[in-house]
Design a protein around this ligand. Sequence first.
Ligand SMILES: NC(=O)c1ccc[n+]([C@@H]2O[C@H](COP(=O)([O-])OP(=O)(O)OC[C@H]3O[C@@H](n4cnc5c(N)ncnc54)[C@H](OP(=O)(O)O)[C@@H]3O)[C@@H](O)[C@H]2O)c1
Length: 331
Amino acid sequence: MPPYVTAEQTRNILIIGATGVVGTYIIRAIVDARENFGRICVFTSEKTLVEKVQDIAALEAWGVEIFTGRMESERSVKSAYEGIDTVVSCVGRAGIERQIDLITWAEQAGVRRFFPSEYGTDIEYWPESAQEPPHQLKLKVRAHMKTMQRLEHTYLVTGPYSDLYFGTMETRPELGYFDVKAKKAVLLGDGNGAVSFTAIADVGKFVVAALINTNASRNATLIVHSFTATPHEILAEYERQTGVTWEKSYTSLERLRQIEREEYQVHSRLATVVTLRRIWTEGGTLHKYYDETVLGHIETETLESQVAANIRKQEEGENNFPSLLRKLSLV
Ligand SMILES: NC(=O)c1ccc[n+]([C@@H]2O[C@H](COP(=O)([O-])OP(=O)(O)OC[C@H]3O[C@@H](n4cnc5c(N)ncnc54)[C@H](OP(=O)(O)O)[C@@H]3O)[C@@H](O)[C@H]2O)c1
């Protein structure tokens, strides 16, 4: 992609949550496309500075400016916002509501565009979406964004990450898994429901494309995906790549709903995971039509490449989320 920065386009970017699961991939993709941007900055906590010292060193080595402070501190946040055109937030679920202040301060500080932390299930897919517990805070953030006068927004909706859906599920196997060593799988629903997935690395590529295509992404909800597959198609790919037939069983939608009720009754943190898996199995974030032209051509991961990556990961016993440094092969 050629660099084509103009005065109207994104130049200086601040990423909040850059050392998190998704943020790691987003910052990496932005740094890889640095010729399109001016300053690349990160706002993080003092705690992260200490706990993820090697990741921070890697960011600095890439030329990323590091700002530290508490997300609740207007002074610290506004100081990081100075000279920034675009804020990309990838804060975790526990930080979603805090974005309300971050958005207000961005408008006051003259930031032009804010990407709230979305990168998942479509929270406005159909009328029932408005009642789903995991969507409530993200919906609140969108409602707040509507009250802004000048601040533009981009919502990037990716659906589930194939990197998480593929693989094992030790906490509650009934929630679906693909176990390479045991050659066993638990498929959700009747196994024939299509789900559109995005590979986490592709989330970063889509964010970069949205940053570069300023006009197409202005005040837009961009619905993207890497590929679409049913649980049966995913299993068939594992079987093809491992060369044997796997043992399979199913968790019906009805059973998923029952597990969901049980998890909410005991205020379990797993409840959110169950709800999201139930939504995906219902087809509640599957867009039948994707406009691939909005962000231009993006080379994405495929069912084949993601299954291959997961087989490798399970065989090597690798962590789900290697740190920035391990991805850079520095340690
Ligand atoms: N589609 C999917 O399958 C899927 C899966 C997982 C997540 N997601 C979505 O992706 C987004 C990011 O999630 P994540 O799992 O990457 O997040 P995460 O790793 O839990 O956290 C990301 C970063 O947010 C920052 N943060 C600062 N204050 C926070 C607070 N009070 N609570 C939580 N985080 C705080 C931290 O950055 P510093 O340490 O730098 O301060 C943290 O590293 C969320 O919107 C989530 O819903 C989607």
